[in-house]
Every structure is written in C-alpha cells, then in structure tokens.
Design a protein around this ligand. Structure first.
Ligand code: 5AD
Length: 365
C-alpha cells in the first residue's frame, strides 16, 4: 500500500520564505521537484476534463467576479439541456473521460432538478464512461446528496481565501456570502462522499504572502482531494477593479500561482491539481507551464462557442484558440517534453481520495 507522504516541515514560515524567494534557479528547482513528485505519486500523465459552463446567472455578488449578480453588462445565458448533452457527446468524441459542469450559483428547485436530470442523462448516454464533477456553488446537504446519488462523484468549491477577514473584504457582508457557510458547505460535500476540491485566488487586493501560506495549510489540513487555484485577474465591471493600482503585475501573480501549485504538490503528493484557466489569461502557455510544475489536470472548454464569451469571470478569459482539439494537440506536445502523456478515456480520479477511502485496488489500475 502506498503510504501518505506529507512532507511535515512545511509551515507558515517556510512556505512564506519560498513564496518570497525570487531567485530564478531556485524557483526552477522548486518546479522540477514538484514535477518529479507528481510523476512519482500520480503517474506521468495529464488527466482531462471537458468543462461545460452551464449558466452565468448567479445570485452572488462577489466583488472580484465578472458574472456577479449586479454586473448589468453581462449578457445572461443558460444552456438548454440539449446543448449540455451535445457538449457531453463532444467530450466523448474527443476522448475526454470526464466532464465538469460549472455554473453561477442558483438554488431554485428548477435549477437543482435540471442539474440532477442532466447528471442522470449523461451517465446513461455515456454508459457510465463519463465521470462528472460539479462546480455549482453552495447548496444544501440534501442537494449535494441528490446529485451524488444521481452519479456526480466530484465537487469543486473554492474557499477563495481561507482567511476570514480577507474573505469579508472580497464579499458583501450578508448571509449569502458567509465565510462559515462556505466552509460548512465544503464539509458537507466531503461528508456526502464526493472527491472534494477547493482552491483560492492568488494575488487579490489586500492579500499578503502570509495569507497564501495559510491557504496552503488550510488545503492540507482540510485534506482536499483536488485543487483548482490560479491568479486573480482584474475585471473592469467589478467593485474590486478600483483596487487594481496597487496589485503585483500579472506576471508576478502568474509566478506566485506557479509557486503555490508547486508547493502544494510537495505538501500533498497524490491529489489532483488543475492547471486553471486563469493562468492562460497571463501567459498563453500558462496552463501548460503549470503542468510542468505540479499540476496534473487540464480542462478544455466545451461550452458552446456562442455562449463562451459570456462566462466572463475576468478580463481576457475567452480565447478563440481554446478549441478542444487544438488545445489537446498543443498540450500533448508540451506534456511529452516533460515525459508525460495525455490520459484519454479515463475518469482520472484523485489517488488521494482512493487511498483515503480505502479503494486501494483502483489505485493499482
Ligand atoms: N480572477 C480570477 N479568478 C476569478 N474567479 C472569479 N473571478 C475571478 C477573477 N476576477 C474564480 C473564482 C471562482 C471561479 C469559478 O472563478 O475563484 O471560484
């Protein structure tokens, strides 16, 4: 049996020191160690998920987010069930063994039932071949259970920041945006039995390297199975845009994000870490670079083209070149230069989850 090998001497101070270290050769060394650790504990391959951005309708008003409720400049959309199904077929055709259904947060009965129906339909049409991750925000335990029982097996809910005071600066102060409710939701997701994912934004206004060090310790102590984290990219029509002037440059936020990914890989060798899309907003090969610095999940976007531009979380999110096939071709080229292969037609579960839930036989597959 594989042993959990947390490196125990990561603490607030040692992480902080690494985050502040700007010596290029040492940063390169960190990335290389993270790549080696990932290859040793997760294998020399990149897991794939097709992401389907179901709707940009959102009841929340997070100060950083382009699709916040009060942003009147956004053209709102919701995919039809047929559009979601077509995207799921596209995942199958492209050999993506898994999809993510992501959405702005809604809690109407209709929303809950539609997602539920979609999960069941996709499981059926794919003969259970497609794994399903959900990223649909804070929901009741009952809803999490309903979706789990219908066949979704992973859930991603970013904590955004693990620091309560910073959380309050990034969100309106009301019941819809409670730090504790978010943490409780994350607990409920885990309790339901999902492979549980979380993550943070890196380089947001008011955030310090100490906050980021605490974020990594939070993710470790929560014992997450998967992580998606990436740079904050300012979006014009949001309240936080006013604080853009004092921010580190986009390039600095990019490097900081890469260091966060690499450090987390060393702290949690067998979790799944996504190369988040926001990395590409800074550097057009950003996601590929992350795959050489500890990340092991790539998520081509399968949202129908006519809606893609409206899922505008931040400036420059949508690139016309984000065509699934060309992204996969380029990714394969990059991956092979690090000795990795893209892993087609597999769910690509988190080894961390399989071990923590004693599904050891599946780890051997
Ligand atoms: N920059 C980077 N990431 C953002 N997100 C939302 N707004 C931004 C932004 N301006 C991220 C949040 C959310 C995910 C869907 O997108 O972390 O959880």
């Amino acid at each position: 049996m594989e042993k959990e090998t947390y490196i125990s001497d990561f603490n607030r101070d040692s992480i902080h020191t690494i985050l502040l270290n700007n010596k290029e050769d040492e940063i390169e060394e960190l990335f290389k160690m993270a790549l080696n650790t990932r290859q040793e504990h997760c294998g020399s391959y990149i897991n794939l998920r097709g992401i389907i951005e179901y709707s940009n309708i959102c009841k929340k008003d997070c100060y950083y987010c382009g699709i916040r409720k009060d942003n009147g400049y956004v053209k709102r959309y919701q995919l039809t069930e047929d559009e979601v199904i077509a995207s799921a077929y596209q995942a199958l055709e492209n050999g993506l063994g898994s999809i993510v259904i992501q959405s702005g947060e809604q809690s109407s009965k209709e929303f809950i039932l539609t997602i539920d129906r979609l999960i069941q339909k996709i499981k059926k049409l794919s003969n259970n071949k497609l794994g399903i991750t959900l990223s649909c925000g804070e929901q009741s335990e009952e809803t999490y259970r309903r979706w789990f029982e219908s066949g979704a097996h992973r859930y991603l809910l970013r904590i955004e920041t693990s620091n309560e005071a910073l959380y309050k600066k990034l969100h309106p102060d009301n019941l819809h945006h409670s730090y504790f409710a978010r943490k409780n939701a994350l607990e409920a997701i885990k309790k339901t039995g999902y492979q549980t994912g979380s993550g943070v934004m890196i380089g947001v206004p008011f955030q310090t390297p100490e906050h980021l060090a605490e974020d990594l310790l939070f993710l470790r102590d929560f014992d997450v199975d998967m992580v998606g984290m990436g740079p904050y990219v300012e979006e014009q029509n949001t309240p936080l845009y006013l604080y853009s002037a004092g921010l580190p440059s986009l390039q600095q936020r990019f490097v900081l994000s890469m260091k966060m990914i690499a450090l987390l890989r060393l702290m949690m060798p067998n979790i799944n870490i996504a190369a988040s899309t926001a990395l590409d907003a800074v550097n057009k090969e950003g996601r590929f670079e992350a795959l050489k610095a500890g990340a092991n999940v790539l998520m081509p976007n399968l949202t129908p083209a006519k809606h893609m531009q409206n899922y505008s979380l931040y400036n420059g999110k949508t690139r016309l070149s984000d065509n699934c096939q060309s992204l996969l071709n380029e990714a394969a080229r990059f991956a092979s230069s690090a000795g990795d292969k893209l892993r087609f037609n597999q769910w690509g579960d988190s080894r961390h989850y399989l071990l923590r839930t004693n599904k050891h036989e599946e780890v051997l597959k």
